[in-house]
Design a protein. Structure first.
Length: 257
């Protein structure tokens, strides 16, 4: 479901019987070994990289279905790796962070990461987070809810859930899976306020804990992406202490940030 400018597509998108490919990027060989074993035991294919530069070269040539990356690495750290990957792809990404990396977690979400897991972590937790993100990616229609999968037209906005496309005033806006789900929830009922809790329910599985800052970071990232194609974009409004809403008219530019 994600967009890759290169025509090469990861094998897992060829059919349900093909296992998803997960790219692990961490300079800690013990983490690579233990996580690889856990993922392979769950039926995933795994590609491992000990530094960001190596991962960037390989993933540019042959994408994965999801990337798990450490923030602090030599040569090319996780933040810069994600930034460069985002220039060519919106492949789902999960950051591995330490308990002291709260600022980095917020920055990673702003840059387009879909989730983060703090070290030390259980392998089971990471596997569940990976599955949760992949489930959000795999939102192709099965014929049982055709209405929910029809394109959403809201003034200058067009959202196509089937093709995972977002168009604003004729220009395509590349969104991560989580960003797309949040925007769709807001755009489905213009003018209606969605609380942070409601948006978390839409974007994350019940067994995944996120705090309010996570939703705020995704909203900021959404606004930034839209303003890259339209500096006057103001349709995502903040109601302080309440939540967010989508307005087809929008507030004056810069308001509600």
């Amino acid at each position: 479901m994600y967009t890759q400018r290169d025509e090469t597509q990861p094998a897992a998108l060829l059919g349900d019987d093909v296992p998803h490919t997960i790219a692990l990027v961490d300079d800690d060989s013990n983490i690579l070994t233990s996580v690889s074993m856990a993922l392979e035991a769950e039926g995933f294919k795994v590609r491992t990289f000990t530094d960001g530069a190596e991962a960037l070269r390989s993933l540019t040539a042959k994408p994965a279905d999801l990337v798990v990356l450490d923030i602090k690495m030599p040569r090319l750290d996780g933040m810069e790796l994600l930034s460069r990957l985002r220039r060519i792809s919106d492949v789902p990404a999960i950051f591995l962070t330490s308990k002291d990396d709260e600022v980095d977690e917020a920055l990673g979400l702003k840059m387009g990461a879909d989730d983060y897991v703090r070290k030390p972590f259980s392998q089971r937790l990471l596997v569940e987070r990976i599955r949760a993100v992949l489930r959000r990616v795999s939102t192709a229609p099965d014929g049982t809810d055709d209405a929910a999968e029809k394109p959403i037209m809201r003034g200058d906005l067009m959202l196509d859930p089937i093709r995972h496309r977002c168009i604003w005033r004729g220009a395509e806006v590349a969104l991560t899976v989580t960003e797309f789900l949040i925007l769709r929830a807001l755009a489905q009922r213009p003018g209606h306020v969605k609380s942070r809790d409601q948006l978390m329910d839409v974007a994350y599985d019940d067994n995944v804990y996120v705090d309010d800052r996570t939703i705020d970071s995704h909203i900021k990232r959404l606004r930034k992406k839209f303003r890259e194609v339209d500096a006057e974009f103001s349709s995502i409004e903040t109601l302080y202490g309440v939540g967010y809403r989508y307005s087809e008219q929008g507030t004056p530019a810069g308001a509600g940030d």
